[in-house]
Design a protein around this ligand. Structure first.
Ligand code: SF4
Ligand code: SF4
Length: 355
């Protein structure tokens, strides 16, 4: 087999690891809670990367199984940071599943992503503020366009992932209708169960992720079903939307705050090496939570006709426009779909005995 040394240089652009220092001692595999007889985490991936087996890595689902507990990095005697290597592989795979090439461009040029996000936010906000029509109606149309755009992006990613991991090997479309596989996929998707596989479960991280994920999913439901009309209705404590909005905002703000704090302190392996796009992702989530909550509280206090409610709502929708167009399809947000999808495809591979 011809060794391709360029590959490791390419993956290195996605994260701060140094697997060229690895001397194959096996400590990482021994401590990894995911290592089983048939899968050697993370050493198998390290070996593929060292020899430049790009196809093997792109057809692998293992990088999505790893929840970055960091135990492998803690025990590595060579500071090769195998946990960060697995994280970098996930970033690399996102860029490979993305047919537009934008994910790769943003990973390599995070400044461009920041400028685009700020630019789209400002242009949207200026347009919204100067808009003379019924803004509530316009917001409804924008919120209807969000799911169509995101579904298209998810379809592109999921199809490429399916093609690289299943279709290219089987040469035919295969699916699993096995109940236990579907159940496991849903449980992983809803609870991110693998977090609890670490020898010492990092409950803070798990709860922060769960809060952000549930809060954001609720925000999506509220927005896509257009449940909020802050410029038309006056909301009170007894409205059904009140607990929904408060929970969604609390989940995003509290979870986002914990995530940012941990990235800032860099005390645990999973927060040591933040990619600039990680910061933008958490900061934008945080802003969505705050602007949604502010709009709602202002509406409760001042009514739907107040100027402050309109301004806050326009800021909120402008943030969401930038978030949906740039962050959702082209950064790690999309990984919330890859993880459960990887579980499904992994079990499908086993069921159909695909190597
Ligand atoms: S623990 Fe470090 S040196 Fe040992 S095999 Fe894993 S990455 Fe390589
Ligand atoms: S970060 Fe944790 S789950 Fe991922 S490879 Fe290392 S030990 Fe295994």
């Amino acid at each position: 087999m011809k060794v391709n040394t360029k590959f490791i240089k390419e993956v290195k652009k996605y994260g701060a690891f140094d697997i060229s220092a690895c001397f194959n001692c096996g400590n990482c595999t021994a401590v990894c809670p995911l290592s089983k007889e048939d899968s050697s985490f993370p050493r198998k991936m390290i070996r593929y990367a060292q020899v430049g087996a790009e196809d093997k890595i792109e057809s692998s689902l293992e990088p999505w199984m790893c929840y970055y507990c960091g135990e492998c990095s803690d025990t590595c005697p060579r500071q090769a940071y195998p946990g960060e290597f697995m994280m970098s592989l996930r970033r690399y795979l996102i860029s490979r599943y993305d047919a537009t090439g934008l994910s790769k461009f943003f990973y390599m040029n995070s400044w461009a992503q920041n400028i685009l996000v700020i630019g789209i936010f400002l242009v949207s906000l200026i347009f919204f503020i100067s808009y003379n029509g019924d803004f509530q109606e316009l917001a409804a149309k924008i919120e209807l366009a969000f799911p169509a755009y995101v579904t298209l992006a998810i379809f592109m990613y999921v199809f490429t992932m399916y093609k690289k991991t299943i279709l290219d090997k089987s040469k035919k479309f295969l699916f699993s209708f096995d109940f236990s596989n579907i159940k496991e996929t849903l449980i992983h998707g809803l609870t991110q169960k693998n977090f609890s596989g670490c020898s010492e479960t990092d409950w803070t991280r798990w709860i922060a992720h769960l809060l952000v994920m549930s809060g954001y999913t609720l925000t999506l439901i509220i927005s896509n079903l257009h449940l909020l009309e802050p410029l038309k209705k006056h909301y009170g404590l007894l409205d059904i939307t009140t607990p929904l909005v408060f929970y969604a905002a609390f989940g995003i703000i509290a979870g986002g705050f914990v995530m940012m704090g941990r990235r800032f302190l860099k005390k645990i392996q999973s927060s040591k090496f933040s990619h600039p796009t990680d910061w933008l992702f958490v900061a934008m989530l945080f802003l969505i939570g705050i602007s949604t909550l502010t709009t709602y509280i202002l509406n409760m206090a001042m009514g739907p006709d107040a100027e402050a409610v309109a301004i806050s709502y326009k800021i909120n929708i402008a943030i969401e426009v930038a978030w949906i167009i740039i962050i959702v399809p082209f950064t790690k947000w999309i990984h919330i779909f890859f993880r459960p999808m990887a579980i499904y495809l992994y079990n499908l591979k086993k069921e159909k005995q695909l190597a």
